[in-house]
Design a protein around this ligand. Structure first.
Ligand SMILES: Cc1ncc(COP(=O)(O)O)c(C=O)c1O
Length: 464
């Protein structure tokens, strides 16, 4: 077997990649024809590719490298743990120190009485866990008919069959179908769907869809509501201020478990340790992943309340993964949390970095193609529009213009993602003010170039 290294020519790596590697959320033929971008190293907020380009990663990978790249402490902890105890499971009345220590730390960090942790390997698996957990919880409480989980259109809760059914991405539903007893209500996306309502009226109306759904489905059948405090993959949809208090009121009134999917929002992303603190939500279960280990090792968790844990502890939970609480991942996560805390990274991100990023990001609002700028903490988005005054969509297929803009970002050594025709950022929390200036400068250049391209292609047309 030939040794494949960073030092091989890019074309050769791309050829081998195209021959044997299938990429997630990618059209294989397209990437194989063009050649995938090969990332070779990373430090802080900067990626280096096989051509030596230095790219500012304004997405923190997939919204996960909160700590930034290249922290050797995490590598050292992983190596130490691998030598001491590379693997053992937490099934059958067994535990180990990394799982014990991480659970204690998460119970300290999580708000309220969210004091108990069930581990999985990814955000998707944790949400699968939540589905089984809430149904088991209600069965244990003598209400086995409470099985329906209410979620939202355009939500993202993961890619397993159950988590994608729980999410609201129609393209995913089309490829794998649904599972029983998942119900979707509309999302609180005022810019795209608010019509003539004020954001406050719209937020309230969208939250009240939850009450209508509970009444329609029957109170006795609904087990839980799940929502991301701020929808991430749906395009950084920051709900109007009226939204979450009304959702909370309805969950409390009908005794529906509230699951906050904090896979993106957790660990500093919204300016506090958890999105539910920023948005004023009191969940019964929180899903966490990504920033838990800053992406250095795969790990996720469902952090549950005293009450949920008390009920669950009364039965055998027929659920778990080989890698639930994996000792290396748990040790890495613990070290990540230590650094985020001791270096004041979450605090500084909320207090200093977020206001600066907000000011600079909002300055892009004067660009002719930018209609809406939304940002909370270190996650933000720009809606591209051919007419700011009417919040018009482009006549072209959703995502055509966004894709063009994303390509111009790449060409300018900036990673921004597009969700339809919205451009999204979620940089590492350690981004400096100088790096924010670079991010904004490159984003503006990319917008200028995309604007010219869109006009030249005859796409500067509003949908009727
Ligand atoms: C809110 C949310 N939940 C769940 C997931 C799924 O996490 P994973 O990709 O680790 O399975 C994601 C991934 O982006 C997410 O954003």
């Amino acid at each position: 077997m030939n040794k494949i290294t960073n030092h091989m020519p890019t074309e050769e790596l791309q050829r081998l990649d195209a021959a044997h590697h299938m990429h997630p959320f990618t059209t294989g033929d397209e990437v194989n024809a063009k050649g995938a971008r090969v990332i070779t190293r990373a430090k802080g907020v900067t990626l280096t590719d096989s051509e030596g380009n230095e790219i500012l990663d304004a997405m923190a990978g997939l919204w996960c490298v909160n700590l930034g790249y290249g922290r050797e402490e995490l590598a050292e902890v992983a190596a130490r743990q691998m030598k001491e105890l590379p693997y053992y499971n937490t099934f059958f009345q067994t535990t180990h120190v990394p799982a014990i220590a991480l659970s204690e730390r998460l119970a300290q960090l999580a708000p309220g009485d969210l004091n108990h942790v069930f581990y999985s390997g990814s955000g998707s698996e944790a949400n699968d866990t939540n589905i089984r957990m809430v149904r088991t919880y209600w069965a244990e409480k003598g209400k086995p008919e409470k099985t329906v989980i209410i979620s939202r259109h355009n939500a993202y809760h993961g890619s397993t069959v159950a988590a994608s059914a729980l999410g609201g991405m129609s393209g995913m539903h089309a490829q794998s179908g649904m599972i029983p007893d998942i119900h979707h209500i509309n999302q609180p996306n005022w810019w795209a769907e608010g019509g003539d309502m004020s954001p406050e009226e719209f937020g309230l109306a969208r939250a009240q869809e939850l009450e209508a759904a509970i009444l329609e489905l029957g109170e006795g059948r609904v087990a839980a509501f799940i929502g991301e405090p701020v929808q991430g993959a749906g395009g950084v949809v920051i709900p109007p201020e009226t939204y979450w208090p009304e959702i909370q009121r309805i969950c409390d009134k009908y005794e529906i478990l509230l699951i906050a999917d904090e896979v993106i929002c957790g660990f500093g992303r919204t300016g506090n340790w958890f999105g539910c603190q920023t948005l004023g939500i009191k969940p019964d279960i929180m899903t966490v992943a990504k920033g838990l280990s800053s992406g250095y090792a795969p790990i996720s968790a469902s952090i549950v309340s005293d009450e949920v844990a008390t009920v669950m502890n009364g039965c055998e939970f027929n659920h778990g993964y080989t890698y639930s609480g994996h000792p290396v991942s748990a040790a890495v996560a613990l070290e990540n949390l230590r650094i985020l805390d001791e270096e004041g990274i979450v605090e500084t991100a909320g207090r200093e970095t977020a206001p600066y990023l907000k000011e600079r990001f909002e300055s892009l609002g004067d660009h002719p193609m930018v209609g809406d700028v939304r940002i909370v903490g270190l996650m933000g988005s720009l809606a591209l529009t051919p007419d700011k005054t009417t919040r018009a969509k482009f006549a072209s297929d959703a995502g055509t213009v966004g894709f063009m803009c994303r390509e111009r970002c790449f060409a300018n050594n900036l990673i921004m993602r597009h969700v339809g025709d919205r451009m999204v950022i979620s940089p590492p929390l350690v981004i400096t003010k100088a790096e924010i200036d670079t991010l904004i400068e490159r984003a503006r250049t990319a917008l200028d170039e995309a604007y010219e391209e869109v006009k030249a292609a005859g796409l500067w047309v509003a949908a009727s």
